[in-house]
Design a protein around this ligand. Structure first.
Ligand code: ARG
Length: 458
């Protein structure tokens, strides 16, 4: 296979070298961006009179034909042509000859690949942000469906204070919202055109990078050609943002796995997202959740890959940079699928609210409410904390709850306690009495649901 750069070479490329350095087996995924950017580049060349109108038409039509063939699976890719860029250019030249040979005027694969990847990441960001929205929609839907349900809230995986199930579900929606914001901010830095930087130094030919940037929907154009071809920090940032999404999904998955354990038994996972055991006939395992958690490892691996590839690179373009793509694609595909699966899982899960209520009876989760009751009557918090600690000890020794204790018993820990204490004890009372902003109070859940529903219809 004759290389476009073969002029100064006398020997053929070593076969293993060809296999080791090719990227077309994976960067063919950039074909649409590559062709779109080539057409924008050709149009600019024609405006600048570096191509004739006829040549432009020939190039545009042949590139569209090539795109059609790729989409139909009819295009023949050659490893010997290294990457998607040279494969498409070689096919173009084969079809239209000299006009095709002119396309690479005032362009290098260095600004070409930077441009293609920016366009690809820009689209990927939009898709991931939509997938996050859908997942948030599923969480908000469930939260609205179980407005009343109270469950144990945990710290250190120990019963802490009661919370509304809906409030806990919306915590995940909030995390994902920050991920959406992070992606939107990353999109701004991604949406800058490097086209026209050429190999690294720009060109003496009369090009117009502003116009190709505008045609490709970029918000800005590079200001330093060396930076334009060297930089992939937008991509690293994107893989980080995806890793953060994966982290949030993993925490959700882990939480739900615990909720599905027999000891907890708060959820009934839809069978279509569970698997059985090859030996134990009774098993129903939460594999989908486990793999959502497990895939996180791949994301961190992808992030380490792209960070490490760039850490030691001198200016400007280096071939190492080709190693960014498989990690980028893997991270995008994995998070895309995990988000979709999470949304389906959330939508199909049934919550066992009776079991949640039962679990709330354990662990004296109203102890903090009792301390607050004393504080409201003038006892310094630290003293109240200690008094309630003693009361909990006594209740636990009897296998009782605080609300089971008689007024007399309770007054033995603090004589200020009155009959109204029974309006404070018990998990339902705790939840009803929360009133601070963003708390697990029913009114705060309603406020959040209203805000979310508005956001989701935007
Ligand atoms: N496949 C290459 C990459 O992904 C394209 C750029 C090649 N440039 C070069 N000067 N060899 O980075």
């Amino acid at each position: 296979m004759k290389k476009p750069w073969s002029g100064r070479f006398q020997k053929d490329t070593d076969e293993l070298m060809e296999q080791f350095t090719e990227s077309v087996s994976f960067d063919r995924r950039l074909y649409e961006q590559d062709i779109g950017a080539s057409i924008a580049h050709a149009e600019m060349l024609a405006r600048q009179e570096l191509l004739s109108e006829t040549e432009l038409v020939e190039i545009r039509e042949a590139l569209r034909d090539i795109q059609g063939e790729i989409e139909k699976g009819l295009f023949e890719f050659h490893l010997g042509l290294e990457d998607i860029h040279m494969n498409i250019e070689a096919a173009l030249i084969q079809r239209i000859g000299d006009a095709g040979r002119k396309l690479h005027t005032a362009r290098s694969r260095n600004d070409q690949v930077a441009c293609d990847v920016r366009l690809w990441v820009r689209d990927a960001i939009d898709e991931v942000r939509d997938a996050i929205r859908d997942c948030q929609g599923a969480l908000v839907g469930k939260a609205g469906q179980y407005r009343e349900a109270v469950m144990p809230g945990y710290t250190h995986l120990q019963h802490a204070q009661p919370v509304l199930l809906g409030h806990a579900l919306l915590a995940f929606a909030e995390m994902l919202e920050r991920d959406r914001q992070r992606l939107a901010e990353c999109r701004r830095r991604t949406n800058v055109s490097p086209l026209g930087a050429c190999a690294l130094a720009g060109t003496g030919l009369p090009v117009d990078p502003q116009s190709t940037a505008a045609d490709l929907g970029f918000e800005a154009v590079f200001s330093n050609s060396v930076d334009a071809v060297s930089d992939r920090d937008f991509l690293i940032e994107f893989v980080f943002a995806l890793s953060m999404v994966a982290t949030h999904l993993s925490r959700l998955a882990e939480t739900w796995i615990i909720w599905s354990a027999q000891e907890t038994d708060f959820v009934d996972l839809d069978e279509s997202f569970c698997t059985g055991s090859s030996i134990m006939p009774q098993k129903k395992n939460p594999d989908a959740l486990e793999l959502i958690r497990g895939k996180c490892g791949r994301l961190y691996g992808d992030l380490m890959t792209v960070l490490t590839v760039f850490k030691g690179l001198p200016l400007a373009y280096n071939r190492d940079m080709q190693e960014d793509k498989e990690a980028l694609f893997d991270a995008t595909d994995t998070v895309g699928m995990a988000l979709e699966l999470t949304a389906r899982l959330v939508r199909t899960t049934e919550f066992k609210t009776d079991n949640m209520a039962l679990a709330c009876e354990e662990g004296h989760m109203d102890a903090t409410a009792l301390a607050d009751y004393l504080v409201a009557r003038g006892i310094p918090f630290r003293e109240a904390h200690e008094m309630v600690g003693h009361a909990v000890q006594a209740a636990a020794a009897d296998g009782a709850k605080l609300e089971d204790m008689s007024l007399e018993q309770l007054r033995s820990f603090c004589e200020i306690i009155g009959k109204d204490v029974y309006g404070v004890l018990g998990v339902r009372n705790c939840v009803e009495n929360y009133r601070s902003h963003g708390s697990s109070a029913p009114a705060e859940l309603e406020r959040q649901l209203a805000e979310w529903n508005e956001r989701l219809t935007d």
